[in-house]
Design a protein around this ligand. Sequence first.
Ligand code: UTP
Length: 308
Amino acid sequence: MKVRKAVLPVAGLGTRFLPATKSIPKEMLPVVDRPIIDYAVSEAWDAGIEQIILVTGRGKGALEDYFDHAVELETTLSAKGNLSSLQSLLDRLPKDGTISYVRQQQPLGLGHAVWCARHLVGNEPFAVLLPDDLIAPPMAGAYTGIPTLRQMVQQFELLNAPVIAAMEVAPSDVSKYGIIDPIGGVPESQNGPDDLVAIRGLVEKPAPEQAPSSLAIIGRYILPPELFTLLEQGKRGAGGEIQLTDALVQLLAQQPVYGYRFHGTRFDCGTKVGFQMANLELALRHEALRVQLLPFFRAQLSKWEQLA
Ligand code: UTP
């Protein structure tokens, strides 16, 4: 079955970016010149998704405004003859009726946020993208330019089974992630079918000595509708929240699930350091910015390295 719908949970509080997130949703913080949310939404459209469902919460109205006309601004740009800016705004607007919003009335966890989208998804496979995980496509190699979600949809179409994005992390970092227990270990190569890992189990934020591998779950999933039935039980997990990982563990008892080592560079924009790195990397990919930034970086590096 075709993956037509994508759920983007954006109802979290973004406490790691306080005080900025007191009045701006985290997803609206800009990476170069586009808000974080725009990268995930573009990735979904590029993967052939036809319907996007944003799971929002209180104080997230700016996200809805972002994907709508800004009539006053458009009129002013037109009156001033700034047609290129006007056109770039219009080009980024989604087609009418292709983005829906549903509210998660209490931040009860990621699993609960996904479950809130159940009526809009219905009985079909769907994608989940966590916009905090900003994945820039690789700059060279076999998968150049293929956005991560499109890579995953391709895998789903081959396997007809749920697919979860996975990435090797340092052993010292496993306790920050959901970690995959792979059947038959983790294959060496990262080209072609070896990118897939059959999953035996998932462990949420294990201590390094208890981690079954160093393959971490990253915020892209292709999931079956049966997951909603599992989330319906509302079981509380780590931190008293309804966890998506717990429902995935239950799903594993019913059907095979695969981890997919995607090709791309992932930035955790939910953390300050990941957010800064995303800004640096994506700014450097703009030729005009690169020319100005590199001399600045060189000067800064020599200054800061002396202090380090
Ligand atoms: P995080 O826990 O990383 O994000 O949730 P957060 O809560 O926004 O940020 P901090 O930890 O307070 O800084 C991962 C994803 O799940 C969504 C978040 O919006 C984010 O996209 N989420 C989380 C919800 O939509 N609802 C929830 O109840 C929890």
